[in-house]
Unconditional design. Structure first.
Length: 379
């Protein structure tokens, strides 16, 4: 569902109390691998102006691999191999931190660097540690600058793009808005580079299959790893936790000021609000397994019910009780995530059975639900 008018300020990342700003590689680094210092100074001036108005800012900054590749003389922007990317990141992270430290200091602000892997935000205890660190830094007036720790991250522990990292970090930071500064000025009905009839969508109220189909995984510059598909995934993650997300044009000078004062970009409204553990569940990228449910169970979940075994027709994965599982409909569409009340083997043993038949199938007294509503969040 899309809209043609900008919503109230209550959902506007331009004016929310705590904001995450993500900057892509193609904006921060030029084609030769050098920092676009003048442009970035304008972003920092925007951050300073917002802080003077009481808004707290967390930055998610790409660019480490691109910067390191230039210094090491690596081909393909440092992305020819995992080893090249990790080496480039090791060099580039030092350079990137120095750039942010110098520019923020020029505006009387203190930079703080956090390098994260997927596990840091997927593991509940580590997630809470990251959240506590960011909260303290913001209370002390620092500007946290986050990036994926590409020096040690491998395929199993990678976000893969900083768009999703920004959405996940917003949950940990307690932010109510995310702005993705991009080399496109929003979501279009088709690829504007190849279709002259493509129209920008100002506001998206629901990420329907039709909206998701408008995305492409391609990036313009070839430097980054995102694309519109990653941005829509980030919008889904943010929205499930009650966070508004905007994609706006980062190619202009003072892009945050430009977004606040012009009718541009695309704003994704959060469909619901989730707090605490449910917000963490909503933003999960990895799951230990998947439980497939019938139409009746899917409808009951959307009404706020627990997941009962009677509505389950398939169990996939090797999860244990307490692991995070995905709950999907018969068509494969993701409905929810939750904490499993049973190991995978026991869940498979009782799927399709009414509660009064569980004890005979399991050999022990069953629990009330396969996934309880208190440990489940709709996606």
């Amino acid at each position: 569902m899309v809209a043609t008018v900008r919503p109230s300020a209550a959902f506007d990342p331009a004016v929310c109390a705590r904001l995450v700003v993500k900057i892509g590689s193609s904006l921060l680094v030029d084609a030769a691998g050098a920092v676009r210092s003048d442009w970035l100074a304008g972003v920092v001036a925007d951050i300073a102006a917002r802080r003077s108005q009481g808004q707290q800012i967390v930055v998610v900054s790409s660019g480490a691999i691109a910067l390191g590749a230039r210094r090491l003389g690596l081909e393909r922007g440092g992305r020819a191999s995992l080893e090249d990317a990790q080496a480039a990141a090791a060099v580039g992270q030092v350079a990137l931190a120095g750039v942010w430290e110098a520019l923020l200091a020029g505006q009387a602000m203190v930079a703080a660097q956090l390098l994260l892997t997927l596990d840091d935000l997927e593991d509940r205890r580590r997630y809470l540690n990251v959240a506590a660190t960011m909260a303290r830094l913001l209370d002390l007036g620092a500007v946290p600058v986050l990036n994926e720790n590409d020096t040690v991250a491998t395929a199993e522990i990678r976000f893969g793009d900083n768009d999703r990292l920004a959405a996940r970090a917003a949950q940990a930071a307690g932010a109510s808005g995310v702005i993705l500064l991009s080399d496109v000025d929003g979501l279009y009905t088709a690829n504007p580079a190849s279709d002259a009839s493509a129209a920008r969508i100002p506001v998206v109220k629901a990420l329907t299959p039709d909206v998701m189909a408008m995305a492409t995984a391609e990036t313009r510059s070839g430097m980054g790893s995102g694309g519109m598909a990653a941005k829509l995934q980030a919008a889904r993650m943010a929205g499930a936790a009650g966070i508004a997300l905007a994609i706006c044009d980062g190619r202009v000078d003072r892009p945050l000021t430009h977004f606040a004062s012009h009718d541009g970009g695309t704003l994704f409204l959060p469909p619901r609000s989730a707090k605490g553990r449910k917000a963490w569940l909503a933003g999960r990228i990895t799951v230990a397994g998947t439980i497939m449910v019938d139409a009746g169970a899917a409808a009951a979940l959307r009404r706020g019910a627990s997941l009962l075994a009677a509505g389950v027709h398939s169990v996939d994965g090797r999860f244990r009780r307490g692991d995070v599982v995905a709950i999907a409909g018969s068509d494969g569409e993701l409905i929810a995530r939750g904490l499993a009340g049973y190991d995978a083997g026991d869940a498979a043993a009782i799927m399709g059975l009414r509660n009064d038949a569980h004890a005979a199938a399991l050999g022990y007294a069953p629990r009330a639900a396969l996934v309880h509503a208190d440990h489940l969040v709709l996606i």
